[in-house]
Design a protein around this ligand. Structure first.
Ligand SMILES: O=C(O)CCC(=O)C(=O)O
Length: 297
């Protein structure tokens, strides 16, 4: 992908072969075409002599630059985009938990939460998520065509953390998705948390414990780019032990996020994402995207 982004800096197109001289008959390798005086370039294959003219034409499309990746690592509130859909904002609080607190909480949650590996579905194919998860909330949560059952047996430490996160963020949360990345090979792919059950413009609070991993965001490309992410804005946010990150406003509409695999050693990391789940409207298919609801009268 980096290579593709690099190559994308140079744009242009090779012109089609110019029209053949009038009166010319036969295929591309007829005797007249062999004698064309080539000024721009020619190719020949073995002792087969053929010539083809090429001219370089600058693309009529404007040359686009690949924006440099932005790194956000200092505490603060960051407006990352402003679109018709609204403002997307990140709020970063490294050291939200001091390291001693974060140390014992990490050990306790690693040992005491009911971690398991979930099976998801993509284009009808089952795959095991490359991380362990568990879910807390009065309502179930469906994503990637598989459902985590409602679980109201909150671990007491998670209730304490929920209160602390609610105080810091000014939001209230009724649910929690816990992720355990066992090592650097565990990951979560590009996605937005935009299931209809999260409601429009959800605020999501993410608390990290354990080894630092990079949380990456990429902007949704404009419709004319047909799903090509080559030129989109990108942000990296290293999430260290005890860091709180809030995603707000239109972030789930206009950006995707991921935690990519890493190829050097990483220790385990727990990520707690506090969310609010709303009951699905009647007749609504669980786990489908927000747009579905937006289209309802
Ligand atoms: O582990 C993280 O920081 C991100 C988790 C995440 O993207 C999610 O649970 O939707």
């Amino acid at each position: 992908m980096a290579d593709k982004r690099q190559r994308a800096r140079v744009q242009g197109s090779w012109a089609k072969q110019p029209p053949k001289h009038s009166g010319q008959t036969g295929g591309a390798l007829n005797s007249q075409s062999r004698n064309v005086n080539t000024t721009s370039g020619s190719w020949s294959f073995g002792n087969q002599t053929s010539s083809t003219n090429f001219e370089f034409h600058q693309s009529e499309k404007p040359i686009k630059d690949v924006p440099p990746e932005r790194i956000i690592e200092q505490a603060g509130d960051y407006e990352i985009s402003r679109e018709p859909s609204g403002v997307s904002r990140l709020r970063l609080r490294p050291g939200f938990l001091c390291s001693e607190e974060a140390d014992w909480m990490f050990s306790k949650l690693l040992a005491e939460l009911p971690w398991s590996q979930k099976t998801n579905y993509r284009q009808g194919e089952a795959y095991e998520e490359p991380r362990l998860t568990c879910w807390y909330g009065e309502l179930p949560y469906t994503y990637a065509r598989s459902t985590m059952s409602a679980n109201s047996q909150w671990h007491p430490l998670l209730l304490t953390l929920r209160e602390a996160v609610e105080r810091a963020s000014g939001c209230s949360f009724n649910s929690l998705l816990c992720n355990l990345y066992r090592d650097g090979h565990d990951s979560i792919g590009w996605h937005s948390d935009d299931e209809a059950s999260l409601g429009p413009k959800p605020s999501i609070a993410s608390l990290s414990l354990g080894d630092t991993r990079v949380f990456s965001l990429r902007k949704q490309p404009p419709p004319e780019d047909g799903g090509d992410y080559t030129y989109v804005e990108r942000i990296r946010v290293p999430l260290s032990h005890g860091t709180l990150l809030l995603m707000e406003g239109a972030t789930q509409d206009d950006w995707q996020h991921q935690v990519a695999k890493e190829y050097h050693d990483r220790g385990p990391r727990i990520n707690l994402t506090f969310r609010t789940i709303h009951p699905e409207p009647e007749g609504h298919k669980p786990g489908t995207k927000t747009q579905f609801i937006a289209k309802q009268p």
